[in-house]
Design a binder for this molecule. Structure first.
Ligand code: AMP
Length: 126
């Protein structure tokens, strides 16, 4: 059920197609709740996307409508991926883009996991 004011879920968005294995991805991790794969245009030495298996357009949609099990499963998967990639000691950054001002391009919730170098300021100067 879409959250009021947000568009309905697009079954043909690229991450839905990756979840259905219609197009390939470089999978890092998969469980009942989440899929993690390398970003096709990495912006850091490590740039992985983690997406929930459920049909959620965005962080707004997921945070309002996902079940506690889905939220816990997704967040635990993100932590496990970062741990398994060896990013905890050096550190890493998580980024959710939401909507137009957030620069969200793909309408299936995803978190960017960046690491592998010092990442500088949170929001670079223009
Ligand atoms: P966002 O702007 O937060 O919606 O980010 C979408 C991200 O998806 C971008 O970093 C793209 O490089 C990435 N992306 C788009 N298509 C693919 C794909 N087929 N496989 C992996 N990453 C992709």
């Amino acid at each position: 059920m879409p959250v009021s004011g947000l568009p309905p879920y697009d079954e043909n968005n690229i991450f839905a197609r990756i979840l259905r294995k219609e197009i390939p991805s470089k999978t890092v991790y998969e469980d009942e709740w989440a899929l993690a794969f390398h970003d096709i245009a990495p912006q850091a030495p490590v740039h992985v996307l983690v997406i929930p298996k459920g049909k959620y357009c965005s962080f707004a949609d997921f945070s309002a409508a996902a079940s506690p099990e889905e939220i816990a499963g997704f967040i635990r998967a993100v932590g496990k991926v970062a741990h398994d990639l060896g990013l905890e000691a050096p550190g890493y950054r998580l980024l959710f883009n939401m909507g137009t001002h957030g620069g969200q391009e793909v309408p299936h919730l995803h978190v960017h996991l960046f690491g592998g170098r010092s990442l500088g300021r949170m929001i670079p100067d223009r």
